[in-house]
Write a protein that binds this ligand. Structure first.
Ligand SMILES: C[S@@+](CC[C@H](N)C(=O)[O-])C[C@H]1O[C@@H](n2cnc3c(N)ncnc32)[C@H](O)[C@@H]1O
Length: 250
């Protein structure tokens, strides 16, 4: 374990993330150009067409250059295992950021189509560059929008991307922590989750999504079977976090 992982608060790029949190909440970017710089770094340093190399290069950038709010390497391994359990043909992610989480899903499910919904068109651009470099642009699509826009994005997913009853095998929720539960319920309301589908939610411990956590606890053994994975916030070992993995019982 190296010093950087133990002393996250001493890293300027982490402090800068805290300072930029209002900007991040408004725009999806910290505000110092680090997301575009991450795509530049991947194009300059990762082997083209090699998903492992691209993911390792993003992790290296987040540890050594500038902190990124990806799910990261430690929590990413929990995501990988959940994806493998679900063995999805269609996976949906809420919150693309730089495309790291979607790339992990695509690697763990080599025959899946991955659709990721993101508010920020600038982030969508960064993610598309990274996916193109990894050679998976055909399999991962970023839809710019949000589930909470009164049905517009949901209708687009139905009309343009063939979302229909029981088609979604895997859902990764990693966007606005206050929207986790409402957006999950909207997706269930469309009937898109197949029985047995797996839903993974990041950051349920930190910054936290208490309504989502309470819902899953209340639904335990009814509509959902949930496991809470104790882990750490991305790219450090001091701040704890929870990744919540739930199987839809229907
Ligand atoms: C934590 S990052 C996602 C990280 C990504 N899942 C990964 O692991 O690489 C959160 C992202 O969600 C986006 N976002 C925030 N609120 C959103 C919303 N209501 N709908 C869609 N995207 C949203 C932000 O712009 C940001 O890019």
């Amino acid at each position: 374990m190296n010093l950087r992982q133990h002393l996250p608060l001493l890293r300027w790029s982490v402090l800068r993330t805290g300072i930029g949190i209002r900007n991040f909440n408004r725009t999806g970017q910290v505000g110092d150009g680090r997301e575009t710089a991450a795509a530049d770094y991947v194009e300059a340093n990762a082997r083209r067409g090699d998903i492992d190399s691209v993911l390792a290069t993003i992790d290296e950038y987040a540890y050594a250059k500038s902190f990124l709010v990806n799910i990261g390497d430690e929590k990413g391994r929990l995501l990988d295992a959940a994806v493998r359990r679900a063995d999805p043909r269609l996976a949906l992610e809420l919150g693309t950021y730089c495309g790291y989480g979607a790339l992990r899903i695509a690697r763990a499910a080599p025959s899946a189509r991955v659709i990721s919904v993101e508010l920020s068109s600038a982030n969508a651009e960064v993610a598309r560059r990274i996916w193109a470099h990894a050679g998976v642009a055909e399999r991962i699509t970023c839809v710019v929008g949000t589930i909470g826009d009164g049905g517009r994005t949901l209708d687009l997913l139905r009309d343009e991307y063939d979302f229909a009853s029981g088609t979604v095998d895997f859902l990764f929720i990693d966007h606005d922590k206050n929207a986790y539960l409402a957006d999950l319920l909207s997706i269930i309301g469309r009937g898109w989750l197949r029985r047995g589908a797996v839903v993974v939610a990041d950051n349920v411990g930190f910054p936290g999504s208490p309504k989502y956590r309470a819902y899953m606890r209340e639904q335990q053994g009814k509509a959902w079977q949930t496991v809470e994975h104790r882990t750490h916030m991305e790219y450090q070992k001091l701040v704890p976090d929870l990744v919540v993995e739930s199987q839809y019982l229907g």
